[in-house]
Structures are given as C-alpha cells and as structure tokens.
Design a protein around this ligand. Sequence first.
Ligand code: DP6
Length: 361
Amino acid sequence: MSHYVNPSLTAVAAALDSGKVAWRSPSNLALIKYWGKHGRQLPRNASVSLTLSAAHTNSHLSFEKNDKQSGIDFELRYDGIRKEAWEPKTVKFLNSISDVYPFLNGYTLQLDTINSFPHSAGIASSASGMSALALCLVEMEQLLFGTEYTQAEFLQKVSYLSRLGSGSACRSMYPYLAAWGETLHLDGSSDLFGVPVDGVHEVFKTMRNYILIAGREEKSVSSTAGHALMDSNLYADVRYKEADLNFGKLMPALYEGDVKTMGEITEHEALTLHALMMTSHPSYILLLPNTLILLQKIRAFRADTGVPVYFSLDAGPNPHVLVPDAYADQVESFIESELLQHCHEGMMIKDQVGLGSTKLA
Ligand code: DP6
C-alpha cells in the first residue's frame, strides 16, 4: 500500500457537486526501456525518457455527483464522438484506483479526449492519454477536497496514478527528461512514480525527434502482454542487469552533453527491446522490412557524414530519429530524400523534446 491511499477522500466529504478540468500531456520516448514488470505495476528495471511535445493528448474531464452508492458512471468521447468500446479499459483503471480515490464512486464522469497524432499511426497513446487523465483526476481531487500540493507534489501524485494506468505514462508529465524505477544511479528515484531528471545538458533539452511511420497496423501483441512474457524469458535477468548498467553509463552522458554515448546506449536499448520480443515464448516480431531499411540507412548516414543522428524504437515498427537541434536541417533533408520513401504513405511526425504537461483553459 502506498502513502497515497486515502480513505478519507470520499464523495460524502467532497465540497463540490460538479466541475470540469482539462489538461494536455505529451508522449515520451524511453532511452532506457521499461520492459518487464511485477506486483502492482512495478518496473523490473529503471527507465529514462525524453518528454516529447508535438505528440500529445488533450483531455477534458467533467464530473457531477450522483446518487448511486456504487460503481463508476463513465462516458468516453474521442474527438466529440462516443467510444463505448474503449470505455471498459478506463473504467477498469478507475476501479483499480479506488483505494486512492474512493470518491470516484459517487460521480458521473465524462472524458473528452483527442490525440494530436492520427489514430493508429502506430504511436503509443497510452502514455499521453493515461497521464492526461491522471492530471485531470488530481486536479479534480484538489477542487473537491481543497487539497494543497506544491507543483512537485502535484506532479508526483499524477505520476503515481499514471503508473497504475500504464507504466510508461508515469514519465510523461515532466519537462525534458524523466526517470522511473529505483536505482542507485539517481537520487530520489522510485518504483512508485517517475521523477524529473534535473541538470541535464542543454543539447538534450532541444533534441529533435522524427517519428518515421513504417507501418500503421495495430500491434499483434500488446505491450502489457509483452511485459508478461518477460516472466518466462530466459534472458530476463541479464536484461535487467544490463538496463541498470546502461542507466549508470547514460546519466553522466546526459549531464555532460555526450550525444555519442547517449545515442549508442539508446540504439542498443531499442534493439534489445525487440530482441527480447523475439526471444519470448511465444516469440514475436513487431519490426517490418522497412523498419530495418530505415535503421540501416540512419547508421550509414551517420557513418558517412559524422552527423550524430541515432534511432530508437518503441514497441512497434516505427523508428524515432534523434538528433541535436543544430543538425535539424541537414537531417530533415536526409529524411526527405532517403527515408520517406520507406514510410507508409511517406508519413513522418516531427517532434522534439518538450516541457511536459500543461493545463488547458
Ligand atoms: C516499450 O507502458 O505501454 O514503451 O505498463 O503495461 O501499460 P503497461 O506498458 P507500457 O509499456 C511500454 C514500454 C515501452 C518502453 C518504455 O516506454 O519504457
């Protein structure tokens, strides 16, 4: 049980009957990957991510007290259209946090949400979507109960709740870079919530991130199922050890502005993530032929030009191209002339490291 569990937050004690809150939260890209979990959404290793900016979710949450004594009344709209099929997943999450927020039982909730990126563009929406919802919920708590949080406490509680919804979501609300998972390499790190990684070199705060859409198919194996397969993966223990070693090597590189070390670790982590999928039982492959062509071309361009451009991958086929801001023009020309031809309908999303979540009017 956590220190966030608070049975006194009940609908009976709430001061308000209805209200509306709205937040924007971005997606994030892990440099050290979270892959493998246990217990109540606890990570097997510590992870670090870049907070993105252009890829984000906007969510509006309306709440109104009702007379029902049990069950959560919930409606979900995407871009103004009711999506009943998506509701059970969020209801399950809201029920799962009843120890933290017992008051949700007494309210009718309506969530209006929209992503900045096209649906099924192969971009994970759980990190931005879950964190946007958690931001709304913590603000709702504050409105109802008058709870006062410092900015840091507010974000930490948001992160705690986000983690319960989707692990990677707990890193999305912080500016620039965030870490999740207890490790000796970062003071204040925790398995329960993500923390901001302060003091990183400027080069990483303005890093560009281009998402190359190699494929738009729905994933054949969900991330949640992929994490579960780590429990029987013979390479798992070695993986968790290596993740911690990589974390230890990455931190000084982040402080010193060592892009080469950051890039090498990032590529290694991305390929390891997919190697773990390939060595699971049953094994599976999320990479597409075009993914491999894109990765090879990025490495060849780096070798030929000396431009410090690196790739990463999420649990899907779409490479993320990472490069310092100073090389953006050169890399954009390269993407246009060499890479877009291998993307689904020439699709690419331009993004960069960003400032984290923002409250919407
Ligand atoms: C590959 O956070 O989507 O993006 O906790 O089951 O919701 P759940 O999984 P999820 O895992 C995605 C992990 C990853 C790597 C990372 O973001 O660290």
